[in-house]
Every structure is written in structure tokens, then in C-alpha cells.
Design a protein around this ligand. Structure first.
Ligand SMILES: Nc1ncnc2c1ncn2[C@@H]1O[C@H](COP(=O)(O)OP(=O)(O)OP(=O)(O)O)[C@@H](O)[C@H]1O
Length: 309
């Protein structure tokens, strides 16, 4: 499918306390009135679909860059939102993957709220919402909602001529309201693999894929049934081992992370160009998993960019 449907949004995060303490300076500016960023003190600028400066609130970010995507799911499209950026740039903060109940929530909890609001308003439809939560760590898929020790939570991708891409054995939980869905999000995110790197004390070392399935059927018309998948993906940090100080296991993690991100980058740019007949979905588990869910893509790039003194 040709892809005018790939949108790229950039969000610059404010300096964190440790950066302020060491005298770091922001070195990227938003060009006023344009969806552009400019490297401070240079003529170099880059244009995207949306650009957000460090002062943007979570709510405004969601309303501008994501809310419209939720409407597309109810039209029956599969939608994927990906948060990409180097480690510590603010992906998990913006996505709200580690939601803990506060009002300053990110994209996932806000999307959940909107989905239930829209479902309630569509009274002429029977709508069922279910979710799954997967982690891709070192090219291995883990079911984050399975109530078993981690070593028994490994699942794998299957390709079915009727059902398309599925993950066999994956826990899919039907959820009836916002509270139940938040509870699953929190439970799953606590099981995600994290580790400390020199750039982020609580670095996500895996890709987290929270999926919301919407089944809707017009009351009295079983032929009208549609199913749409909404993937919300908090990618592991892209990184250079030199900057993160990674050695041993951390280094190996970094190699796998970058391999998956490279394959994803290639797929998205080919889809964006809309020309290529061959797209390398099979080059990584991440791209295989998302293969049938790229009708609409919001590729959100987090930038925590600063200059050391
Ligand atoms: N927009 C923001 N406003 C305030 N603080 C932010 C913002 N974005 C990120 N932060 C803070 O920056 C730090 C790093 O953010 P976060 O953990 O979300 O990065 P990440 O890109 O997910 O990193 P990793 O890939 O290593 O998991 C956190 O302390 C987070 O609270």
C-alpha cells in the first residue's frame, strides 16, 4: 500500500536534573511557526509532520499527534505508533508505558481513555476491546501478561493464511473498562527488562508492544464485523556503545536492539516512499510482528539533545 499514512513527529525533552547539574545546554531549537528543528548555531534544519518543543504538555502532545489515529482504528484500520530515540530521550515518558496512576500520563493511558469514550458513544455497535502486552528482548518474545515465571513466558510468531500474523500462546485479555486496562498495563510494564546504562539509570533494554484489539459489529448485522489492531510500541533506546558505556551483556543487548531498529527503519522508509515491491519484513521479529498493522503509522522520535560543557 502507498504510504501517505506514515507520519513523523519529533518531541524534544527538557534537560533532566543531572544534565542541569553538569552544565549541559540544549542545542536544538524549534523553528517558530514551522514543523522544523534547527541545530543551534548552524543553518542545519530538519522538517517533520509535527515538531514539539521542551515545553509541550503531555495532553497537547497526545491531542495533536495521536488522537486522530484512534479515530482511524474505529474506521477498521490497523494503526501502529512507534516511539524511537536514543536511550534517555523520553520515549517511555511520552508513551506512558510505565503508567502509575498520575495525571501527567502519556500516550497509552490517554488512548485507552479515548477508546472507551468512543465505544460508549457508538451505541448502535457491539464493541469488544481486548489487549495483549509483549516484550521483544534479544530477539525473543515474552508475554508480559502471562502469570508464570519469565522463562515460561516465551511465545513466538506464526503466519496463518487466514489469520495473518499471530503470536501463538499469547495472552489476550478482554477488558471492560479503563480501570481494568490500566491494571494490565501496569502489571505488564513491571515485568519489562530494564537495566542501567551511562545515559539512563532505568533504561528499557527491550521493545515493548502494547496492543489493543477492537472488534466492532453493527447491532443486528453480523456481516458488518471488523477487527482492528492498535499497536503502541515503546522501542528500546537506539545507542552507540561508546556513549552508553555498554560492555558484556549490555553490549550484546545493544547489538540486538540496533539490528531490530535498522530493519524497522528500512521497512518504514520503503513504505513511506511507496515504490518498492520488496519490503524486508522478515529481517527481524519486530518487523514481522508489525507486518500486517502498518495501515497508518505514527513514528514518533524522542530527542533529548544537549551539549556537554
Ligand atoms: N517531556 C519530558 N518532561 C520531563 N521529563 C522528561 C520528559 N521526557 C523524558 N523525561 C525524563 O527523562 C528521563 C529519561 O526518559 P525515559 O526513561 O522516558 O527515556 P527513554 O527514551 O524511554 O530511555 P530508554 O530507551 O533508555 O528506556 C526520565 O527521568 C524522564 O522522566
Amino acid at each position: 500500500m502507498a504510504h501517505e499514512c506514515v507520519q513523523v513527529a519529533v518531541r524534544i525533552r527538557p534537560l533532566v536534573q543531572s544534565e542541569i547539574n553538569t552544565g549541559c545546554q540544549v542545542c536544538l531549537d524549534v523553528v517558530p511557526g514551522e514543523p522544523q528543528v534547527q541545530l543551534r548555531g548552524t543553518e542545519k534544519s530538519f522538517t517533520y509532520n509535527h515538531v514539539f518543543g521542551a515545553d509541550i504538555e503531555q495532553e497537547d502532545f497526545y491531542n495533536t499527534a495521536v488522537k486522530g489515529m484512534v479515530d482511524n482504528i474505529f474506521k477498521g484500520y490497523n494503526v501502529t505508533i512507534l516511539a524511537y530515540g536514543q536511550t534517555g530521550s523520553g520515549k517511555t515518558h511520552s508513551m506512558g508505558t510505565c503508567y502509575n496512576g498520575g495525571p501527567n500520563m502519556g500516550v497509552i493511558p490517554r488512548a485507552i481513555q479515548d477508546i472507551f469514550k468512543i465505544s460508549e458513544a457508538k451505541q448502535e455497535y457491539d464493541i469488544k476491546v481486548s489487549i495483549s502486552f509483549l516484550e521483544l528482548y534479544q530477539e525473543q518474545l515474552y508475554d508480559l501478561l502471562m502469570d508464570k515465571p519469565r522463562s515460561q513466558c516465551i511465545v513466538d510468531i506464526r503466519e496463518d493464511s487466514v489469520k495473518g500474523i499471530t503470536v501463538s500462546g499469547l495472552t489476550e485479555i478482554e477488558v471492560n473498562n479503563i480501570t481494568e486496562t490500566f491494571e494490565c498495563l501496569t502489571r505488564g510494564s513491571l515485568r519489562r527488562a530494564t537495566g542501567a546504562t551511562a545515559m539512563n539509570a532505568h533504561s528499557s533494554r527491550s521493545h515493548a508492544i502494547f496492543t489493543i484489539y477492537i472488534r466492532q459489529e453493527k447491532k443486528g448485522d453480523p456481516n458488518s464485523a471488523t477487527i482492528a489492531k492498535f499497536h503502541l510500541v515503546d522501542l528500546a533506546g537506539s545507542e552507540r556503545s561508546k556513549k552508553t558505556g555498554a560492555t558484556g551483556e549490555r553490549f550484546k543487548e545493544g547489538v540486538n536492539i540496533n539490528k531490530g531498529l535498522l530493519a524497522l527503519g528500512n521497512v518504514i522508509s520503503l513504505l513511506g516512499e511507496g515504490k518498492s515491491t520488496y519490503i524486508g519484513y522478515r529481517d527481524s521479529k519486530l518487523t514481522r510482528l508489525l507486518q500486517d498493522s502498518l495501515d497508518f503509522i505514527q513514528f514518533y522520535v524522542a530527542w533529548g539533545i544537549c551539549q556537554k560543557p
